[in-house]
Design a protein around this ligand. Structure first.
Ligand SMILES: C[S@@+](CC[C@H](N)C(=O)[O-])C[C@H]1O[C@@H](n2cnc3c(N)ncnc32)[C@H](O)[C@@H]1O
Length: 477
């Protein structure tokens, strides 16, 4: 099973194998407890669950109070492990003769991820990681037999680290930490900078905010942050990047709707839809409502937010309530307008089609995606995107515009779709738009900066740090 495209946080978690584990006798604030919890989540991802849902299941089944004590450390370890899973699995296979039971392998993978990340992870000394991993395994009655193995593998890794990590470079998956098909797809699509793309996807994304122009300018908000000693820089027309991530409740003005969390590349959607007061607008794939909120911040429009997943649609409402803005929320399939729209309703001045996609452009924030997707998902997504576009285009009024958006770096979901659209709809005129926005990471010198380019149609990206997106804009004759 694969996670639903572009729906990371709410993907249903398959039944956790670990729910059958024996009681864990470890202090909830210990590293051993966090390693055990993270290993359970990694196990669920290997079975097809999205990581946020997997972590949620682990926290829900943890003893009362324990989840709160270990949440931060568990999340950190699980996310690190997703970024290091190829190397960790290779190191385990290299050092053991017979594959260990899944939970043992997952504890090992989590511990190895911490050891591999040691430079960025001053929190735990290497021997603490080893001891705590051994504790985690010993604390589960059914796996205690493997404590010697865990100890031996981790200590051997520490002794032979240089030789082992060098040897791992020869294996594509161990070297890059993506499935082979993904690496090959990027090699083919972006021969000059596939390595930069893979590297960018292994960084941790920054916390980027969108400033609501109904409340403040970017300059005024930066001053407000400065007054509270929060370091930040401008990262786009409405975007502010915090130097250090922090919980949203602590971000000045967040609860009052002054700012929202949104990647700088995603913020281009509302800007490029070029909405004006009084326009009738459809946000066709709207949940959780990030772009819906931005559109409403930019102009007084008559907005319908459409979403096929009712549980995700609730999040649009929550977001808009915080912003003090409103839209008409409809539940339905964008590819079947008769489900949610009367035939006599007026057509739209603007349609935003932020369609379901591989989410290959946002892997730095969702490092589980690469392990959940299958190569066969791509043609299925391409067909779904065409079905949705084909149903939406007749709803654009003459002179009106449709903006096609994906958070993908695969050309099948980007430029190739735009060309298909242009070739299929004779009344469509392609307008300027960012095109393919490849991920860029600020502050990383050299090669990564080269990945920050719009496609050759558009020149270079004006944004310093953003996820990967594709944008194409069409006007109806
Ligand atoms: C990329 S996400 C949208 C993100 C959103 N625009 C935002 O900025 O917060 C795609 C959304 O489309 C929804 N979706 C998938 N297929 C759909 C369909 N056929 N009709 C309407 N919505 C659909 C998914 O449930 C998902 O919430």
């Amino acid at each position: 099973m694969t996670a639903k495209p572009s729906q990371r946080p709410n993907s249903p978690s398959p039944r956790l194998r670990e729910s059958r584990l024996s009681t864990l006798h470890l202090a909830p604030e210990s590293l051993g407890f966090a390693l055990d919890c993270a290993a359970q989540a990694i196990g669920a991802v290997r079975l097809g669950s999205a990581l946020p849902a997997a972590l949620q299941s682990v926290f829900v089944s943890a003893p009362e109070g324990a989840a709160a004590a270990s949440r931060g450390a568990t999340q950190d370890i699980a996310y690190r492990t997703m970024r290091r899973l190829g190397t960790a699995d290779w190191l385990i296979a290299r050092q053991v003769r017979k594959a260990p039971p899944p939970h043992v392998a997952n504890v090992l993978a989590c511990a190895l991820a911490l050891l591999l990340d040691e430079a960025q992870n001053a929190a735990y000394a290497p021997f603490t990681v080893v001891d705590q991993a051994v504790n985690a395994i010993s604390a589960r009655r059914e796996f205690a037999f493997a404590k010697g193995l865990v100890n031996a593998v981790l200590r051997h890794f520490l002794r032979e680290r240089t030789t082992l990590t060098e040897a791992a470079q020869a294996d594509l998956v161990a070297c890059w930490n993506y499935p082979v098909w993904w690496i090959k797809a990027l090699q083919q699509a972006w021969p000059a900078n596939w390595q930069n793309l893979l590297t960018a996807g292994n960084q941790q994304g920054p916390l980027t905010l969108r400033v609501n122009p109904r409340h403040a300018t970017v300059e005024a908000y930066l001053l407000r942050l400065q007054e509270t000693q929060i370091g930040a820089t401008r990262a786009g027309e409405y975007a502010v990047r915090l130097d250090t991530p922090m919980p949203v409740e602590r971000i000045p003005g967040f609860n009052q709707g002054v700012v929202s969390v949104q990647d700088a590349g995603a913020q281009l959607a509302a800007q490029w839809l070029k909405v004006q007061d009084g326009m009738r607008v459809l946000d066709a794939c709207a949940a959780p409502g990030g772009k819906t909120g931005h559109l409403l911040e930019l102009a007084d429009i008559n907005l319908i937010a459409l979403e096929s997943d009712a549980s995700r649609a609730r999040r649009i409402n929550e977001n808009l309530q915080r912003l003090g803005l409103s839209a008409e929320i409809r539940i339905g399939d964008a590819g079947a307008p008769s489900q949610w729209r009367n035939a006599d309703e007026p057509l739209f001045d603007r349609i935003l089609a932020d369609v379901p996609c591989s989410a290959s452009g946002i892997v730095r924030r969702h490092p589980d995606i690469r392990w959940l997707r299958r190569m066969s998902d791509i043609p299925a997504l391409v067909a779904e995107q065409r079905r949705i576009l084909g149903a939406l285009w007749p709803l654009v009024k003459p002179g009106g515009e449709l903006l096609y958006v994906t958070c993908s770096v695969f050309p099948e979901e980007g430029e190739q779709q735009a060309q298909w659209f242009e070739g299929t709809w004779k009344d469509a005129v392609r307008l300027d738009a960012p095109g393919q926005l490849l991920p860029a990471t600020a502050g990383t010198p050299g090669t990564l900066a080269q990945a920050a380019a719009f496609d050759t149609r558009q020149g270079s990206s004006p944004l310093p740090d953003h996820d990967g997106f594709f944008y194409a804009r069409f006007q109806k004759r």
